[in-house]
Design a binder for this molecule. Structure first.
Ligand SMILES: Nc1ncnc2c1ncn2[C@@H]1O[C@H](COP(=O)(O)OP(=O)(O)O)[C@@H](O)[C@H]1O
Ligand SMILES: [Mg+2]
Length: 237
């Protein structure tokens, strides 16, 4: 489903501050995999996620998503790919503060041109899949805890029914217990709904919730290993 081949990314090419953040990265990810991308700060994780999420294009190399070459698309074509296929969860996901949980999740569908009635239905389904209790749907997002905010963020990523969920340090601001709940939600979405999940983290114990870990360092892949014993998210702490 995803093929990344010899991908490089150079920021400010042709200037004396040019910096090669990705130095020829290759891997494939099959539909329904749960992959963690691990590496220290500055190793190129977010750069790679921006390319996989069709937010940016590589300087060279190929990115094939569902049989389509995404590496050379225009900004408008990239926006279409994002709308149809990709759900993003960021560490500091900006929800509109005085807007209800439900409206925050409906918002991406406004841009996608979906009518009001189905916007609401789809947002409710996404919130439920993200483990959000219905009693919170009408709360304003500035009344929520960190874990609840991240559930709304996950719901917002799910609302366009993406085949690929990309999460960049989604537990970075959460305490251990809340982080486990969020990781459990990703495992459920992967196991029960068959969604492909790519989780970016610099923490080993977070990465172990995936079945495959790709290590990246200084813009290059160091190792890529699949395990049959992923760490089950804890619900008892
Ligand atoms: N827009 C940019 N312009 C110039 N350099 C950048 C830009 N974005 C990231 N970098 C540099 O590329 C390297 C990789 O960054 P990033 O992909 O954000 O790493 P990570 O997410 O692993 O911390 C870092 O050295 C960073 O300073
Ligand atoms: Mg980053």
């Amino acid at each position: 489903m995803i093929e990344i081949k010899d991908v490089t990314k150079t920021y400010s090419p042709g200037t004396d501050v040019a910096f090669q953040a990705l130095k020829g990265v290759s891997f494939t990810i099959k539909d329904g995999e749960f992959v963690a991308i691990m590496g220290p700060s500055g190793s190129g994780k977010s750069t790679l996620m921006h390319i996989m999420g069709a937010l940016d294009t590589p300087s060279s190399g190929l990115y094939i998503l569902d049989g389509k070459d995404v590496s050379t698309l225009s900004d408008d074509e990239l926006a279409e790919i994002r709308k149809d296929k990709i759900g993003f969860v960021f560490q500091s996901f900006n929800l509109l503060p005085r807007t209800t949980v439900l409206r925050n999740v409906m918002l991406p569908l406004v841009y996608a041109g979906i009518d009001e009635r189905s916007r609401e239905d789809r947002a409710k389904k996404a919130l439920t899949a993200a483990g959000m209790n219905e009693t919170h749907f009408g709360h304003r997002s500035n009344e929520l805890s960190g874990g609840q905010i991240q559930r709304v963020a996950i719901a917002r990523a799910l609302v366009n029914d993406p085949t690929l969920i990309l999460a960049d340090e989604p537990t970075g601001n959460l305490d251990t217990r809340t982080g486990e709940i969020v990781l459990g939600t990703f495992q459920k979405l992967n196991e029960e709904q068959g969604r492909t999940v790519v989780l970016i983290t610099h923490e080993q114990d977070v990465a172990e919730h995936a079945t495959r870990i790709i290590h990246i360092r200084d813009g290059a892949i160091q190792s890529d290993s699949t395990s049959h014993t992923k760490r089950k998210a804890r619900t008892d702490i």
